[in-house]
Design a protein around this ligand. Structure first.
Ligand SMILES: O=c1ccn([C@@H]2O[C@H](COP(=O)(O)O)[C@@H](O)[C@H]2O)c(=O)[nH]1
Length: 271
């Protein structure tokens, strides 16, 4: 999916919601555990109930990998189930020496046909560029993450006062552009999102951290929205575990709808 197609979906649905599929076998409703593939059944119901409001789905690969070989099969089946006009993100946080990154890219883009994969920038140019060699596929580079540990490295300033996340943003401009690269920017970072936006005015941000991590959707839009929206805001646990009984799908739908309605009004305000 290209940038224009993504923006068109955002306009059509009045939404920039990404539903995170962090499908934890310990947390899914008890009645699903007797199913042949409980995680698949769970994700299927979540996708069917939320697809009207979502412009992206983000399976976090950890939750599938943790199930062993069966988990990879489940991930593939889940990805195939997602409607083709909805953007898909493999949240895998990959990145290694060039020849290894190349095979990670092949796995997620060719074998599994995801639209995008999250990539860690720490190993630099040769670890990231192999992911950029696939047409209509995207790298989503970790820039300013939502967790407390992001302070350990990302906010360290160099001798000119520039924080490390800013160096990541600037350097990576030499690798990709706003048609094949997005950045992870945590919703918990408040007005720092505006600082990121100043450095990369045209790129999309994948923004985790609303819902369970307490980030403010209004602040994300205020500081981060650009003329093509430029935001995919993720919520995982706040949607998929809205209830853990037989009605979990309907509860997820209702949470997704609430976020979409807020997003619709933010799009009216800022676009
Ligand atoms: O900075 C980051 C990068 C990735 N994540 C991932 O996003 C979701 C958030 O889940 P919630 O339940 O909505 O908190 C999860 O998959 C994380 O691994 C992040 O939170 N922050």
């Amino acid at each position: 999916m290209n940038k224009a197609e993504l923006f068109s979906q955002i306009q059509k649905k009045s939404s920039f919601l990404c539903v995170g599929l962090d499908a934890d076998i310990q947390k899914i409703p008890a009645h699903l555990k007797s199913e042949k593939d409980p995680i698949f059944t769970f994700c299927k119901e979540i996708i069917e109930q939320t697809a009207d409001f979502a412009v992206a789905y983000k399976p976090n690969i950890a939750f599938f990998e943790a199930l062993g070989p069966q988990g990879w099969e489940t991930l593939q089946k889940v990805n195939e189930l997602i409607p083709k006009d909805i953007f898909t993100i493999a949240d895998a946080k990959r990145g290694d020496i060039g020849n290894t990154s190349k095979l990670y890219a092949k796995a997620f883009f060719e074998k599994m046909d995801f639209d995008s994969v999250t990539v860690a920038p720490y190993m630099g140019v040769d670890s990231v560029t192999p992911f950029l060699e696939f047409e209509n596929k995207w790298v989503i580079l970790l820039a300013l993450t939502s967790n407390a540990g992001s302070m350990d490295f990302q906010l360290i300033k160099d001798e000119t006062g520039k924080p490390m996340y800013q160096s990541v943003l600037e350097k990576s401009q030499q690798w990709g552009n706003s048609d094949n690269m997005m950045y992870v920017v945590g919703a918990t970072r408040g007005e720092l999102i505006g600082e990121v936006r100043k450095v990369v005015p045209d790129h999309f941000f994948l923004v985790p951290g609303v819902g369970a991590q307490g980030g403010s959707l209004a602040d994300v839009a205020k500081y981060g929205m650009n003329s093509s929206c430029g935001l995919l805001v993720n919520s995982s646990r706040g949607i998929i575990y809205a209830s853990q009984d037989e009605n979990f799908g309907k509860s997820a739908r209702s949470e997704a709808q609430k976020l979409q309605e807020e997003m619709s009004s933010l799009l009216d305000t800022y676009l």
